[in-house]
Design a protein around this ligand. Structure first.
Ligand SMILES: CC(C)(COP(=O)(O)OP(=O)(O)OC[C@H]1O[C@@H](n2cnc3c(N)ncnc32)[C@H](O)[C@@H]1OP(=O)(O)O)[C@@H](O)C(=O)NCCC(=O)NCCS
Length: 202
């Protein structure tokens, strides 16, 4: 195994163009199901659902960690969830809903679940949120923590009072080590819970 690169071998920046956004989608699809990848039948919809809204609506808030020119991890987020959710609803989710109803993403269970959910959609309007993933070959050397520090710093500069996220069991300890507390949790299936985590920014 190659020796781990030190954190200062990474640069943190905005995605440089479409290829970096593709890399963000790849890492999302390869890690975001509690650290595991999603199957090939889910990848296209998964990226469309989880990455594309940030690419279209708040690209300046996404960060990538670059190592030897390649994307090693990313943080997608936005400072004002209410505005983002509203724009996502009309500009992205409605067109997506219509595409799925028209037969796009055949056989994708997430697309079918999305349609069921969308019909009875009710959204909360909380402050900032995020999701963050680092490629497995680059985990454990401070990239995730650095992303979180950078994101929190920008939120503070924008007077955003707090942030929240929803995650599986795997990363709960990571968020707790950064000061998050568990707001609520829900048993999805035997042995697997979903956790709502929150952090007040001082
Ligand atoms: C969770 C994740 C983003 C953390 O990024 P990372 O770069 O590997 O984490 P860091 O090296 O910055 O770790 C920061 C601190 O959190 C701790 N930590 C990291 N992952 C942890 C975990 N799963 N459980 C408990 N603690 C963890 C580290 O030990 C470190 O502690 P320290 O500051 O006391 O030394 C990354 O491991 C990942 O992408 N995992 C798979 C996908 C995932 O679960 N993403 C979260 C989706 S909500």
């Amino acid at each position: 195994m190659e020796p781990l690169a030190p954190l200062d071998a990474y640069t943190f920046d905005q995605p440089r163009g479409p290829a970096d956004w593709e890399a963000v989608s790849d890492i999302c699809c390869s890690t975001a199901d509690s650290g595991k990848g999603v199957g090939p039948e889910r990848r296209e919809f998964f990226a469309e659902y989880w990455v594309r809204p940030y690419e279209r609506l708040a690209p300046e808030w996404t960060m990538v960690a670059l190592h030897e020119g390649r994307v090693a991890g990313y943080l997608c987020g936005c400072p004002a969830t209410a505005r983002f959710v509203l724009a996502r609803h009309f500009l992205i989710r409605w067109p997506l809903f219509l595409r799925v109803c028209g037969g796009a993403y055949p056989g994708c269970p997430d697309a079918a679940a999305f349609v069921r959910r969308f019909i009875g959609l009710a959204r909360d309007f909380n402050p900032a949120h995020l999701h963050v993933n680092v490629d497995p070959g680059h985990q454990g050397r401070g990239i995730g923590k650095r992303f979180m520090e950078l994101f929190a710093m920008r939120l503070r500069q924008n007077r955003v009072p707090g942030l929240h996220l929803v995650c599986g069991d795997g990363p709960v300890g990571f968020y707790q080590s950064l000061g998050f507390t568990e707001l609520a949790s829900l048993e999805l299936k035997a042995g697997a819970r979903l956790h709502a985590m929150g952090l007040i920014l001082g």
